[in-house]
Design a binder for this molecule. Structure first.
Ligand code: SF4
Length: 457
């Protein structure tokens, strides 16, 4: 038996390469957390290649807390390099299944950490510092920390966990040892803010206790300030449903499932009755594009052609947008396109259906769909095409004329920028070329900014 110390993916990988070269089978090895290796003399390692999919899988599985992960990883690696090259494609294989389950558990844990970390301000800290304590199931702190540095890049913060701590000073992400719960800060004013926020977004019409417990496991409740108001809110649920029906007649919110899965959102969208626009439209036109798009472009509402065919930006304005994207190096197939309002609003003129501007109430009724799309995709950049989209996401005071082409930090993306809607170019009559030139200029700036953001992430 060989005892092999292992602490993380890199140390496992280095040892595994040596053990494979020495021809050691999985049953000859005991993987153990420790400092001193007892590795055999290795043979030549040249020609040892493994599929990229295995490397990606191993990096995630390495974050799992079960110590058997190192053993299973090595056994799968051993089988791959000894003739079973396509092993990962056999989902029913016991080893592959075990790795897949671990991968799923780690991914789910990362998702939960993003949802349940709550920062508290350190009292009297100057400059302000925020701290959160969280207990993940697996060793995910270092893997998830970059996400927090992007989302909360303008705050100085630390996330403390029993295993590791992560620190962000507005420029650099650093890591340190774990911290027990007793050393984390307790209640303060931010907790009240969280509770108020939760009260305001709590929708009694969508309460599913079982799903709530699954999504928000009880063991996290101690670190979640909003959980203290849940019993009260549930007790008042019936009254609140009636109140909501009276005061929130126009909202898509009750029709949106509690999920970040874009496919599930799209599947639920045709059932929306959040405002009256569905009544005269042919169908809902939901956003389209990759679910991990770096850029989301938001227009106003579908046009006549989009309404008939059920796809966004395929009419004259959409075609102009595609042309402009092509000329400025933005690849449309990599961009998610959607609208602030998902049903076509129109008036009849002769035999034609003419676009009618959606009202503020309709825009705000439909905003939850747009927010659900953005929360699911988590883009780097949101590009608002026209005032309706910009005002839906930046507030009614936002003016395209003065703010066009400027980049703003935003809740749903690293940055948001607005330009005109391509339909405004088509309506510009004798200034079409001039307006199109300005639009191209905006898109070139956006393409350049996107390259910078991608480089920085
Ligand atoms: S426009 Fe939006 S809120 Fe109104 S019915 Fe359609 S999807 Fe729902």
């Amino acid at each position: 038996m060989i005892t092999v110390p292992v602490t993380d993916y890199d140390s496992w990988r280095a040892a595994a390469i040596q053990l494979l070269a020495a021809g050691k089978s999985p049953n000859e090895i005991v993987w153990q957390a420790g400092l001193f290796a007892d590795l055999p003399e290795s043979g030549p390692t040249t020609g040892l290649t493994v599929p990229r999919a295995f490397i990606e899988l191993a990096k995630v599985v390495a974050l799992h807390r079960d110590v058997s992960r190192w053993f299973v990883l090595y056994r799968v690696l051993y089988r791959i390099v000894n003739g079973e090259r396509d092993l990962l494609k056999i989902d029913i294989d016991d080893d592959v299944r075990e790795l897949r389950l671990m991968e799923k558990a780690v991914s789910r844990d990362m998702h939960k950490m993003k949802a349940f970390v709550r920062f508290r301000r350190i009292p009297d800290s100057e400059p302000e510092v925020f701290v959160a304590w969280y207990r993940p199931d697996h060793y995910i702190t270092e893997a998830v920390a970059p996400w927090f540095s992007r989302r909360f890049g303008s705050m100085r913060w630390s996330i403390l966990t029993p295993d590791r701590s992560a620190h962000w000073d507005l420029e650099t992400l650093s890591f340190g040892p774990g911290v027990p719960r007793s050393e984390a800060p307790g209640d303060d004013v931010l907790e009240d803010l969280w509770r108020d926020y939760y009260r305001s977004i709590f929708n009694p019409a969508r309460v599913k206790i079982k799903a709530m417990r699954a999504e928000m496991p009880v063991r996290h409740w101690a670190t979640l300030p909003e959980t203290r108001v849940i019993p009260d809110l549930l007790a008042q649920a019936d009254t609140r449903v009636v109140q909501m029906a009276k005061t929130q007649k126009m909202s898509a919110l009750p029709f949106i499932p509690a999920t970040r899965n874009l496919g599930e959102l799209r599947a639920a969208a045709p059932g929306c009755r959040g405002c009256d626009l569905y009544e005269r439209a042919t169908q809902i036109v939901f956003g389209e594009g990759p679910k991990d798009a770096k850029v989301v472009m938001v227009g106003e509402q579908p046009g006549d052609e989009e309404d008939v065919k059920g796809h966004p930006f395929i009419g004259p304005a959409g075609r102009l947008l595609s042309k402009a994207m092509h000329e400025t190096g933005l690849e449309r197939e990599k961009i998610y396109v959607t609208n602030a309002v998902k049903h076509f609003k129109w008036i009849e003129r002769g035999k034609r259906r003419i676009h009618a501007k959606p009202s503020g109430i309709e825009i705000s009724a439909c905003r939850p769909w747009l927010e659900a799309e953005l929360a699911s995709i988590e883009p780097e950049l949101v590009v608002c095409l026209g005032a309706t989209a910009a005002q839906s996401l930046m507030g009614r005071d936002f003016r395209i004329t003065t703010e066009r082409g400027k980049f703003f930090p935003h809740r749903w993306a690293k940055e948001l920028v607005a330009t005109i809607h391509p339909s405004a170019i088509l309506r510009a009559q004798d200034r079409v070329e001039e307006e199109y030139g300005l639009f191209l200029k905006d898109l070139r700036i956006i393409a350049a900014r996107l390259r910078e953001l991608e480089k920085a992430s």
